[in-house]
Design a protein around this ligand. Sequence first.
Ligand code: SAM
Ligand code: SF4
Length: 472
Amino acid sequence: MYNPKSMKAEEFIDDEEIQESLRFADAHKNDLAMIDDILNKARQYKGLSHREALLLLDCEDAEKNKEIFALAEQIKKEFYGNRIVLFAPLYLSNYCINECVYCPFHGKNKHIRRKKLTQEEVRNEVIALQDMGHKRLAIESGEDPENNPIEYILDCIKTIYSVKHKNGAIRRVNVNIAATTVENYRKLKEAGIGTYILFQETYNKKSYEELHPAGPKHDYAYHTEAMDRAMEGGIDDVGLGVLFGLERYRYELTGLLMHAEHLEAVHGVGPHTISVPRVRHADDIDPSAFDNGIDDETFAKIVAVIRIAVPYTGLIMSTRETKECRERVIHYGISQISGGSKTSVGGYAVPEMPDECSEQFDVSDSRTLDEVVCWLMEMGYIPSFCTACYREGRTGDRFMALCKNRQIHNCCLPNALMTLKEYLMDYASPKTHAVGDSLIQKEMLNIPNEKVRAIVAERLKEIADGKRDFRF
Ligand code: SAM
Ligand code: SF4
């Protein structure tokens, strides 16, 4: 049955193959010779199969685990340097006809405040986000063909790109909306979206059906095959994810990597990003009601193993995680984080009062974007607001080629430094500005190509003089 090239969900995410992989890992997880072979293969930076990755995930040997974490860190440095891309979610509407049991937007929730932004409110949200310094958004919406049809989403995207407030601009809009048709994906592509993100929630069909008892999202195959339709609709960059806590994490990691293998096998390009959300407390949702919650140690291991298994795929961690957890896990391969996030509808422009909750979940890291930027730099990371690849047409396999040729140091590092400089000039607090300027000076020396370095030095001066939006 198992066939990564099949277009049928139950064949490329074959339950029997997952069960067999779980049994195999149970039998061999502490076979040190086998773990060594896998680690040696991973050191060639070509990734791992789902079975190999699962073995690393399950390995209990303390020394080998140290090697696994160290290798994840090394791969992250090699492929992404010390850059961390920043973004924010923008909630457009919490109207939803699905009944996902973990999400407070579910259709049966009668007391949550339902809200859908008008175009004027979208503008106000975007202005507030631009004033924080954001350049990249992920729009979020419930599924409701009457309240949030695709035309509404497209209108919002148009509005978002049109707002030019002071020196601000949203240069990349990623989209996290329910699974839809090829035709609608084509419309999203035409509207100029970046990545299409859709979390699988769980790869286990039986659990999936129980967790989504009603509504269009109940259909496991339609949901699981969405990325193929998105790619058929012309979207090059797709973002996978599971909601950890719903199902056994070993099952999920295996399914997630099989999904990545399927995309690579069929479309020649794997997922652009993988997200690793964990279920959080929300309005009428108690995360302890789900049996499969994972602790921070397991969470860190999952991130490290994903980093090793798919070196070219960006890894996203959101403000569902605390500052302390983010501080630990970021080193093992995270390449994008959100900052200053609000999960309420309209909450950036008009902060909500405690009694008018429209939030999707409680944010665990509630620091401002400026605090997050400063914290990253103090840990030695370069906060990046770069959106160049997508705007230069380097999407899908063209982005992967850049990554594989390791040209990102001559391209992404300069872009990160220039966009950071813009942030410092326009939005940073005096402290962040000072930390940032010395970081930029230091990091300039790490641009390998001399000519590129000279161009960047010139452009940094121009940015200080008020010019904006340079990119390689
Ligand atoms: N409605 C669309 C969907 O379900 O695919 C997309 C947007 S939904 C607002 C974004 C994601 O939030 C969901 O895919 C789910 O994984 C996550 N989510 C829902 N409830 C959550 C909770 N209580 N804690 C953490 N994440 C949650
Ligand atoms: Fe609706 Fe998405 Fe929440 Fe499910 S996760 S209830 S589809 S908003």
